[in-house]
Structure formats: C-alpha cells, structure tokens
Design a protein around this ligand. Structure first.
Ligand SMILES: [Ca+2]
Ligand SMILES: [Ca+2]
Length: 460
C-alpha cells in the first residue's frame, strides 16, 4: 500500500550471471507426469467451485483437501538459490543480456482491512487515486484507500444480484482503460434468473460513490445450473475486454459446452469496448466470418476459469481453470498468440493434461497446462497475478496463485530453459477467493471466510 519506490531489481538482475544453468533445467518439473484417470464422475451436482460452502467441500472423501503440506521429492522443492556472482560493471552499450529466470521465495499475508461480506474480488481503477475496490458477493463494492475501508460502498446492486447458489453473486468489477475520462466500469453478476450479466456503470472522477442509476446491461448469458459462472473480466494488452465463462455447471459438463462453439459457456469471450456502452466484437476474433461458431468466442474448452490475468509487463495471459474430480490447472498464453487462431484448453476432453473419463483421448490441437496439481494440493484453484510491484523485488516476475480449499499458495515462473518452475510458497487459512493488484502493482488477496483483505509480501 506504499508508494512505488525505485525499481531495484532490473539493475540487480542485469548485474548477475547465472552459474549452473544445466542443473537448473533438471529442476523444472512442473507439468507432472501423466495423472491417474479421473474418477468416474457419477455423482450429480458435484461442486468444486471456488465459492462452495465448507460442508460441500468436505463432502466426499475424494474431494477432501489434504491439509498437510506434501513432501515433494527433493529436486522439486527447496530450490537452492542459483549461485550468482556479480559481474563486472556492464559495458556502456547494453547488449541484450539474457535476463535470469525469477527466483521463487516464500510469501506471507499482511492483513489490511476486515469486515467485508463474502469478498470475492479486489482490483484498482487505474485512476491515480490509489483506491482498492473490494467486491462483495451479495452485490456491493467497497473502497479501501490508504489502508482504510470507507464507510459507504462504491456500488450497491444487491437488489439485482442472485446468490441462491454458492457460486452465484456479484463476481467481479473491471474499470475501463479510459475510466478517468469516461467514468465507465463493468460488473459481472448473476441476475434474478441466475444468468451471467455484464453491466456498464459510471462514476465521476475520484468519486467514492458510483452512479447507481447509470447501469446499462450489455450482455446476458443464460446459465443452466447455479455453479460454474466464471465471472472474471480483464482488459488485455490489445485493449479488448476478456470475459471468462464457466461451462454452465452441474458436473462433468453435461451439455458439452466446453467444446461447443455454438455456446458461450465454457469459453473466454473477447469484446471491443471502444464505445463503453457496447460490447462490440473485434474483427480479429477467430470465428468472425465462421457461421458455425459464435463470434464472441476467443478461446474454448474451459470448465470454470476462476480468475485470469494479463501480465502487465509482458501482456502474457495466465488462466486458472478449476478441475472436476482430480486436477487443477494453469494455462499460459503468450502475448503473441492473443491474435492467433482460437485456442482449445481441453475441457471436457481433458482435465488438465489427463484424459477426462476416457482411458485414452486425442489431445491434438489442445493446449496443455503449464502447471497442475491433484487432490494432494487442493481442490479448487484460485488464479492470481504476476507480481510487478516495487515493494517486493524478490517476487518480480512470479505468477502467484493458490487453492481455495487448502489455502496453499504457489509461485510459477519460467525456469530459463524453456520450461516452468512451480513451487509452494505459503499457506493461509482465509478462504482464498481471489487475488488483485493495486495501481502500483502490489498484490493482494481476499478471504471469503475471514472477510479480510491482505497484502502479499515476502515472508520474513
Ligand atoms: Ca462466427
Ligand atoms: Ca485445460
């Protein structure tokens, strides 16, 4: 929550030389060995969503989170800091020195504010005010500024929001890139019929109370079941608005929505909100001109993307997709691939890298996750952010995410050898519902059970 300081790390990183790269590459075990076949999902209305109740979570031995930290094989944990030595002063003309891969260090949570009512999301407005906006599932958005929660909500649309199901409610807020001039922001909630609803609201510059009467519903997508509503929204480096949609719920994707290109469920959608009052379809969307597939679709094969993020430094995309019975996963999309052909993230042919229900399946044309974990790690992934702040230089460049059920956190980062390193970095029993960034890039998390907002820092 402090003001940005000098960014030390880039200089430090340039001044070190890595030794022993060959040894490091052998530590890059991320996407694990082939996983066991998913249990036959015969149970109806299974729910592994991120907002389910403790009772639901505990039901069923196969879904019970393991609360003990698993001892990983030595080469997967306890990554020794790579030996470094300080290089001679860099030459005057900087010749593209390869930047060393980020290290992954333990983190801890520092409480910032409490008393939130089922907080499920936190973000900033990018307007220079330093405000954090905490989304409460029943339908309110609260402001935290200078470490203090304000008395009055920024927005209260509880009368429009349905929360019959554990995964229903007001699920996220995102501010238009030109919020400072057009005052526009978007909310994603389940309406009176349970349908996913995206509405545009407005707020005056710096005002702590949005215009509650300004709501304009831009998109409604029917939901066949109460769970798996997705609910995430983020602006990409292309200026487009990406919207994550779950497969519509129940269990096992009964309607095959993930692979159905005529459905908006189980997808990542992409819109052009140049005019903030319209969710226009970019001409660059992969299925524009294809009458057999919906033009809104940017990518498909998702089960319930519970949070995704664009790395503010690189524009790369990380998507955390909640698994069915066996595996939680993280997908990575490089910035350069955002305008390529539609990506297929696999569901419900694949659950993470494993065939789902079939002994064998055709993975051709499907994206495999860059990290995944089974029930020994948790039961419902909560996607995070790539740390790009200045207060915690040791976290620079690390994608930090966690698990709703176990409260375990991981750090994921390139290993410098074309692969990924994925390591446990902490645990917190808060009901980890979401991560968020403030304007300066410092990283936060919300706890559904604790009603708290926390800042992530290097453990110390
Ligand atoms: Ca089309
Ligand atoms: Ca997948």
């Amino acid at each position: 929550m402090r003001r940005p300081g000098p960014r030390l790390l880039a200089g430090v990183l340039l001044a070190v030389l890595l030794v022993g790269c060959a040894r490091e590459s052998s530590e890059a075990a991320v996407v694990a060995e082939p996983l066991p076949k998913a249990p036959d999902g015969g149970a109806p209305e299974e729910s592994t969503g991120p907002l389910e109740s403790a009772e639901e979570k505990a039901g069923g031995a196969s879904a019970r989170p393991d609360t003990t930290v698993r001892e990983l094989p030595e080469e997967k944990v306890a990554t020794p800091s790579p030996e470094v030595k300080v290089a001679a002063p860099p030459p005057e003309e900087e010749v593209a020195a390869p930047s060393p891969p980020p290290q992954i260090v333990p983190i801890e949570l520092i409480p910032v504010a409490f008393g939130f009512d089922d907080p499920v999301h936190v973000t900033n407005a990018g307007d220079g005010t330093g405000r954090l906006f905490v989304v409460e599932k029943p339908g309110r958005v609260q402001i935290v500024q200078f470490g203090e929660r304000l008395d009055e909500p920024f927005l209260d649309i509880t009368d429009l929001v349905t929360v019959f199901g554990q995964e229903q409610g007001l699920l996220s807020i995102v501010f238009h890139p030109e919020f400072t001039t057009n005052g526009a922001f978007y909310v994603n909630y389940t309406d009176g019929s349970g349908a996913t609803t995206i509405a545009r609201y407005r707020a005056g510059p710096g005002e702590n109370r949005a215009d509650a009467g300004s709501g304009l519903v831009l998109l409604t997508i029917d939901q066949p079941f109460q769970n798996h509503n997705g609910g995430g929204m983020a602006f990409g480096p292309d200026g487009h608005l990406y919207v994550g949609m779950g497969d519509g719920g129940s269990a096992n994707d009964p309607y095959g929505a993930g692979q159905d290109l005529d459905s908006l469920l189980g997808k990542m959608l992409r819109f052009d909100p140049s005019n903030p009052d319209v969710l226009a379809i970019p001409a660059s969307n992969p299925f524009v001109g294809d009458p057999a597939a919906r033009d809104e679709i940017w990518a498909y094969g998702l089960r319930n993307p519970w949070r995704f993020t664009f790395d503010r430094e690189t524009g790369d995309l990380f998507i955390a997709d909640v698994g069915q019975n066996a595996v939680e996963e993280v997908h990575f999309v490089a910035r350069a691939d955002l305008d390529g052909p539609a990506l297929n993230f696999g569901w419900n042919v694949l659950e993470a890298s494993a065939c789902f229900r079939e002994l064998d399946c055709d993975r051709a044309g499907m994206e495999l996750p860059v990290a995944e974990y089974g029930r020994d790690g948790g039961c419902s992934i909560t996607g995070g952010f790539v740390y790009r702040g200045s207060e915690q230089p040791a976290l620079w460049g690390v994608y930090i995410y966690g698990d709703w059920c176990t409260g375990r956190f991981w750090g994921l980062a390139p290993d410098g050898a074309g692969g990924w390193r994925n390591e446990i970095v902490g645990t917190a029993d808060i009901g980890l519902s979401s991560f968020g960034e403030e304007e300066s890039g410092e990283m936060f998390a919300t706890g559904l059970f604790s009603g708290g907002l926390y800042e992530l820092v290097v453990a110390g």
